[in-house]
Design a protein around this ligand. Structure first.
Ligand code: 5GP
Ligand code: ZN
Length: 137
């Protein structure tokens, strides 16, 4: 999909801070994190949502989220995490390339769902990605 921002990330046409990659999936930091370390897991192939993506690829996405989540938690010294998939505009989906949000949670952070405007300071995104990458087992 030529106009899909996540396909552009897959093809390195748009830069991203990746924490995991294999031949089918990548995981990278969300550019507007709900909490620092907020990571997105996507298939390399373009599928719009949970209903479009083949079951084996959806299962693979969950496997990668399970691999990445403990690394996000330990790297960010978090207390827990949310795993979310938004499907359709009404559900808050803004990018039509299926993705799992892995959002680290800090006790008492009172995070509200919905789009975030947070941005990493210069250099901080790369440093955060490296911490998570180094923590993946
Ligand atoms: P959705 O609302 O579709 O579930 O989530 C899309 C997410 O993608 C949002 O959290 C948004 O911040 C993130 N996002 C949108 N464009 C980019 C981008 O160009 N790079 C990165 N790293 N994240 C993006
Ligand atoms: Zn796409």
């Amino acid at each position: 999909m030529s106009n899909c921002v996540f396909c552009k990330i897959v093809n390195w046409e748009t830069p991203s801070q990746q924490v995991y990659e294999d031949d089918q999936f990548i995981a990278f930091l969300d550019i507007n994190p709900m909490n620092w370390g907020h990571t997105l897991v996507i298939p390399r192939g373009h599928y719009e949502n949970v209903l479009d993506v083949p079951e084996d690829i959806l299962a693979g996405m969950i496997k990668i989220a399970k691999k990445v989540a403990p690394a996000v938690v330990s790297a960010m010294k978090a207390d827990g995490f949310n795993i979310e998939i938004n499907n359709g505009r009404a559900a808050g989906q803004l990018v039509d390339h299926v993705h799992i949000h892995v959002i680290p949670r800090i006790q008492g952070d009172n995070l509200k769902s919905g789009p975030s405007r947070s941005r990493y300071a210069e250099g901080e995104m790369g440093a955060t990605a490296k911490k998570i990458k180094d923590a993946i087992k």
